[in-house]
Structures are given as C-alpha cells and as structure tokens.
Write a protein that binds this ligand. Structure first.
Ligand code: NAD
Length: 386
C-alpha cells in the first residue's frame, strides 16, 4: 500500500460551498488538438464543485482509502515543521498544484527516500527540482491540456482589461463616481495593435486563435515553429526569440514554461526595448519576469500595464510589490483552477494514479520526467532544444 500526500490550497474562508452559481458544466469532448480529456475508470465527484482545496481533496480521498492507501491532505507546505516536511520521508506519491505549490527542492527530494512519482494537479511542474528528480529516477507527471484553455481565456480577459483600462473604471462605479474623463484617460482599443505570444504551445496557440478575431496583428516566438497552415490562417509573424519579438509589439503575452532558459528573461534590458506604454500579460510563471524591473517599468511609464496570475513565491507575501504597483491587473493564481478546470485535473490525477497503481504506462503527453530523463511533454517543453 502506498502513502500519498496531497498538498492543496486552503478551503474558502467561509468553509466549502453548499451551493454553486451554476448547476452543471458544458460537456467538452476533446481538446483542440484532438487529445481526449482524462479517462479514469471512475470518478467520485460532482463536476463543477470545489475539488482543489483541502476539503475537496481532488475527489480522490475516499477512493484511495478504500484501496487501503494512506492519504494525507494538507495545505501546510512551508518550513521544517510543515505537514509536508513531516510526512515526506516515507511518502510514495506527492500531488501538488501550481496554485499552491509544494516546492519539491533537491533537499526535500533527498529527504523523500520512498518517493516514486510527483504529480501536478494542473500544468507546469517547475515547482519540482526536475534535474534532481531525474537524478533520483522519480517520475514527474502533469495533466497536460487540463487547464490550457482556462488560462487562454484568462489571458484574453486580462489583455482587454489592461488595454481598455477596465479595472479603474469598475472601481469608479463601485465608489459611486461617474467621471467619464477620468475613466477613459488610459483607455484604448485593442483593434489594430501588435500582439505577440512568447511560447506558442497549447496555451499560446489558444491565445492566438482567440485574439485573431479582434483584428490585431499577431506575432509569436517559440523554439518550434507552428505549422505553416496555422501561420497563414492567423496571419502570424514569426520571430526568432523574445528579443527580436518585443520591439514589434504593443502587447506581449507569456506562455513558456519556467526553465533555466526563461528564468528572469523579462528584465530591465528587455523592457527597455519594448514600445513605450506596452502591456504584458504573464500567466506562465512569475519568475520569468524580474519582479522589481516590472515595478520600475510601470512606474516610469515604459510599461502601460502588467497582468497575469503567477507570482514568486506562492502564496505571494502581503508586501509583494506587484500587489501595489501602478496599472496592474494581477489576480491570485486562479486562471487554471476555475471550477471547470478542477474537474478535468482531478480526473486526470485519478487516471495517472490508476496507471501508477496498476503499473501500466502513463499517457505520454502527461509525462515530464521519467526513467532518469525528460520524456513526453517534458522532452518538448522543458528539455534544452536539441
Ligand atoms: P506547452 O508545453 O503546450 O507549451 C509550452 C511552449 O513553450 C512549447 O511550445 C515550447 O516549445 C515553448 N518553449 C519552451 N521553452 C521555450 C523557450 N525558451 N523559448 C521559447 N519557447 C519555449 O504548455 P502550455 O499548456 O501551453 O503551458 C505553458 C505554461 O503555462 C506552463 O509550463 C505553465 O508554466 C503555465 N501554466 C499556467 C497556468 C496558470 O494557472 N496560470 C496553468 C497552466 C499552465
């Protein structure tokens, strides 16, 4: 029998919801590239309910306990006296979410002598020290595509919110005001702008598809070029790398994983090459941007706005400067954990666990690290380009 630690974000302040805004979720048959949604043998949860916080337990706890496994569900993940650190030494499986990441550092992986698999309930496994997992032969898997469209929708929302300057206008209304001139002093149309995507994988491609009808000029950069048919249909301009991309843009959206190559990429020097008053939406990872350089660029006006939902570390401390910098539209890390996304990643984690317990292969697209190296999606998106 296995010991499984599930690290999840805390419950709502008022406790688990007893009712929901909507009664059901639309049925999605397939992802845009034809990949099927998760196919576990069964699930024990109602789609559309809160599964991602501790009491939701990803809808896995009863099933795992009925099989005789030991399950620890916790939000306590920081510091030597955390439940995670206490339980880690004999755990076989750690499940964690990027929204509330259990940072599996090399030191923690050293302590986790029994660990066989780290599963990400979502997408983005940079919270695991991947080179250390490779050294130790630990498998790292995530639920590829489960929330890519969720993030793409959030990205489009934030692009529009920044360019149209929606958030201050909303606040004027809530505060009882009606000054139209104040409301529109920073408000523009997106139409006709140059919009660029850095990292045109599942999320980046979905952002390009969704922004094309706004009659913007679309650009992108990725280590791998999109099919010619897509480039032609969306009228995309390709750029070699982020440095050659950004001088052509009014809006940059960021969708590459956090790797040694992308960490700190958006720094003072890169920001100085943007058009004055450009916008950035980064729902990829906070550490791709230099925290203080973003604040400086907003304060100077070099950036017109910054949004996204990813921070470093997470949860962001109360005094994180991105909470109070000017012209930002940040949310907590929520884009990939809508109630819709939760039911997909909960089902995907169950599918991965079923394979793990049966000793059958995981879906190739769910694998980041396996057998001492990058594999599956990890070989494409995380490994250095061959
Ligand atoms: P994906 O693997 O489909 O796409 C990633 C793309 O980035 C790939 O096309 C890859 O070639 C490209 N890439 C990697 N390194 C690059 C580099 N150095 N330069 C240029 N391109 C590079 O993944 P996805 O589903 O599109 O997700 C992308 C990222 O978004 C994840 O890794 C994760 O960090 C983040 N994410 C965030 C949330 C959220 O809730 N905010 C949810 C899901 C994913």
């Amino acid at each position: 029998m296995a010991k499984i630690i599930i690290v999840l974000y805390p419950d709502p302040v008022g406790g688990q919801p007893t009712s929901y805004a909507r009664d059901s979720l639309p049925v999605i048959e397939k992802y845009p590239n034809g990949q099927t949604l998760p196919t576990p043998k069964a699930t024990d949860f109602q789609p559309g309910t809160l599964l991602g916080s501790v009491s939701g337990g990803l809808g896995l706890v009863n099933w795992l306990e009925s099989l005789g496994h030991t399950v620890v569900v916790t939000d306590s993940k920081e510091g030597a006296d955390s439940v995670l650190d206490r339980e880690l030494p004999d755990a076989d499986v750690v499940i964690s979410q990027p929204f509330w990441p259990a940072y599996l550092t090399a030191e923690r992986l050293d302590a986790a002598k029994n660990l066989k698999i780290a599963i990400t309930a979502g997408i983005g496994s940079d919270h695991v020290d991947l080179p250390a997992a490779i050294d130790k032969g630990i498998t790292v898997a995530e639920v590829t595509y489960c929330n890519s469209i969720s993030v793409a929708e959030h990205t489009v929302m934030q692009v529009l919110a920044l360019v149209r300057d929606y958030i201050p206008q909303y606040k004027i209304v809530v505060d009882g005001g009606w000054n139209i001139a104040d409301s529109v002093a920073r408000s523009y149309d997106l139409e006709g702008m140059d919009v660029g995507v850095f990292g045109a994988g599942r999320i980046g491609s979905a952002v390009l598809e969704r922004l094309a009808p706004f009659d913007v000029k679309l650009h992108y950069s990725d280590r791998y070029r999109l099919p010619a048919e897509v480039e032609e249909r969306l009228k995309l301009t390709w750029h070699d790398d982020i440095r050659s991309l950004v001088p052509h843009l009014d809006v940059l959206t960021v969708h590459a994983p956090l790797t040694a190559e992308t960490q700190g990429l958006i720094d003072d020097e890169l920001l100085s090459t943007f058009r004055h008053g450009s916008y950035i939406v980064n729902p990829a990872r906070g550490a791709i941007a230099d925290r203080d350089a973003i604040v400086r660029a907003l304060e100077s006006g070099q950036l017109g706005g910054y949004a996204g939902d990813v921070w470093f570390p997470q949860p962001a401390p109360a005094d994180h400067p991105w909470r109070t910098m000017p012209h930002h539209g940040m949310t907590p890390h929520t884009s990939g954990t809508s109630l819709s996304a939760q039911s997909r990643y909960a089902a995907g984690v169950r599918e991965i666990l079923e394979n793990f317990f049966e000793g059958t292969p995981l879906r190739d697209e769910y694998i980041i690290v396996q057998g001492g190296g990058y594999a599956g999606t990890g070989a494409h998106s995380y490994a250095a380009k061959k």
